[in-house]
Design a protein around this ligand. Structure first.
Ligand SMILES: Nc1ncnc2c1ncn2[C@@H]1O[C@H](COP(=O)(O)OP(=O)(O)O)[C@@H](O)[C@H]1O
Ligand SMILES: [Mg+2]
Length: 262
């Protein structure tokens, strides 16, 4: 990858489900250090696009490049060691493990010697296990949950679970962090807290792809925004550019709003 290559590039990506075109000829890029939002009404194709980027499924046509390498048909598990990490819209954490242990599971690519095995082993800690705990504790402190480290996962609120999931994703030391609807189901205070966290990550230069239904949340968090509607990209620009785009206004607020704004 050269200095001018984008971190992530989608070239004319299409995904069909039978006769339905869920993602229709989408192209966009994320540059290093950029926080990109992907928004659109329900059914616009956001999660499907996210799946094409993360490798959950391949596109029907088009190409995906990550760090200058074509990854179009590479499965998710081979993309994560390249520096992609994601969270899940429905948080997937292990209820039998503590908060700290869940974050430690995210360390897996860096600590390859069987984290799950070491979690279950009693007795003295090896140097590697101690390092893994310290790193996981640092990440919990970063997301503001150090005091919950020993708690069972099911004692946390949804907002706290999302933060744990982000800590778990960060544990892999990604260059691109991808979040699908991180604010879904959160109350106002939790949403604000999450927004502040993302601002801190952005300041540290982490590149991100944020998929969100909540347009206000995305406007504050992102450098640039792609807007999708019915599988098609209808806008791509700064939050200010996107906010005054008539097609975006129409997709979100209906035709009347465009006429009123015109
Ligand atoms: N696995 C699937 N099989 C069939 N249709 C799907 C599948 N996943 C998504 N779709 C359809 O693709 C369209 C886009 O869905 P999705 O990407 O989930 O949109 P969004 O995340 O923007 O709400 C919707 O019409 C949805 O019903
Ligand atoms: Mg979705």
């Amino acid at each position: 990858m050269t200095a001018t290559d984008p971190l992530l590039r989608l070239d004319n990506v299409t995904r069909r489900f039978g006769g339905l075109v869920a993602v229709n000829d989408i192209s966009f890029q994320i540059h290093s250090g950029e926080v990109k939002g992907l928004i659109g009404p329900n059914g616009a194709g956001k999660s499907t696009t996210f799946d094409l980027v993360t490798g959950v499924r391949p596109p029907s046509s088009g190409e995906v490049y990550f760090r200058g390498q074509r990854v179009t048909r590479q499965p998710a598990h081979t993309r994560s060691p390249m520096g992609m990490a994601r969270t899940f819209q429905i948080v997937r954490l292990f209820s039998g493990l503590s908060v700290l242990e869940n974050v430690q599971l995210g360390l897996h690519p860096k600590f390859p010697d069987g984290i799950v095995r070491s979690l279950l082993r009693l007795g003295s800690l090896s140097g590697q296990e101690r390092a893994s705990r310290e790193r996981a504790m640092d990440l919990l402190a970063f997301v503001g949950l150090a005091d919950r480290a020993g708690h069972a996962i099911d004692q946390l609120t949804l907002g706290q679970l999302r933060l744990v999931d982000i800590a778990r994703a960060l544990a892999a030391d990604p260059v691109l962090l991808m979040l699908d609807e991180p604010a879904a189901g959160l109350n106002d205070a939790e949403t604000d807290n999450l927004g502040e966290m993302l601002v801190r990550l952005r300041k540290q230069g982490l590149s991100m792809l944020l998929v969100e239904h909540d347009i206000d949340f995305i406007m504050k968090a992102c450098d640039s925004i792609v807007v999708m509607d019915h599988g098609v990209k209808i806008a791509d620009g700064t939050p200010a550019e996107v906010a005054r785009n008539p097609d975006v206004i129409a997709a979100y607020f209906g035709r009347r709003a465009v006429h009123a704004a015109a």
